[in-house]
Design a binder for this molecule. Structure first.
Ligand SMILES: Cc1cc2nc3c(=O)[nH]c(=O)nc-3n(C[C@H](O)[C@H](O)[C@H](O)COP(=O)(O)O)c2cc1C
Length: 190
């Protein structure tokens, strides 16, 4: 896929086929994270890979999906769950202000995955206390987010935002529609 098409279709996906993501693709996702830019090149991030069905189910139970939708619409149902999670961990001893690093690494990971047709969802709404314990994080380590991955079983498309309404919704086929502000609203030339 051409790069702009890849970025346009690299949306948030929230329902997945129950097909595993290969170790080769997981390796590329992690390599893409490692390659990301980092403030002062300090590289405070590390990653926790969760791919066994048992552990994925345990992490899934601590995550919340699609806050704008009713749970029965937005929460993945049985057989729709992601098949892989990657936790993004910040090391406070290396850099306390590294959310930009995390964002860049996550963007790289999601794009590397999507190049193989693997969709993803960043999950900020999760039980970080319980997940940090499960991941064996130490005092100086802060869980930024977990990113869920899998082969999507729905599509998602963007549309121009109307009346400032930022809420994504499902269309008649249960596919996601994501309003985006138009370029003329967010760009000025000086
Ligand atoms: C920092 C961050 C945290 C997010 N947390 C969640 C989350 O907890 N649950 C969820 O379903 N989606 C989450 N999302 C996905 C957003 O809802 C999604 O990016 C947004 O609706 C726009 O859709 P798009 O990614 O397809 O452009 C998160 C996205 C970001 C950037």
């Amino acid at each position: 896929m051409e790069l702009m098409d890849l970025m346009r279709t690299n949306r948030t996906y929230r329902r997945f086929e129950q097909t595993p993501v290969s170790d080769g693709i997981i390796g590329e996702i992690l390599e893409a994270a490692r390659n990301a830019s980092s403030a002062a090149n300090r590289q405070p991030l590390s990653y926790v890979v969760v791919k066994s069905a048992k552990k994925v189910a345990e992490v899934f139970a601590l995550t919340k999906w699609a806050g704008y939708l009713a749970p029965e619409q937005g929460q993945p149902k049985k057989g729709e769950e992601p098949v892989l999670f990657i936790g993004v961990v910040e090391n406070m001893d290396i850099n306390k202000n590294c959310d930009t690093d995390a964002g860049l690494a996550i963007a790289n990971m999601r794009l590397a995955a999507w190049a193989h047709g693997v969709g993803s969802c960043i999950i900020g709404a999760c039980d970080k206390v319980k997940l940090s314990e499960m991941f064996g994080l130490t005092e100086n380590q802060v869980l930024h987010t977990v990113v869920a991955f899998g082969y999507p079983s729905h599509t998602s498309r963007i549309e121009d935002m109307k009346d400032g309404n930022v809420k994504y919704y499902l269309d008649e086929n249960r596919d996601y529609v994501v309003p985006k502000r138009r370029l003329c609203e967010v760009v000025k030339e000086i």
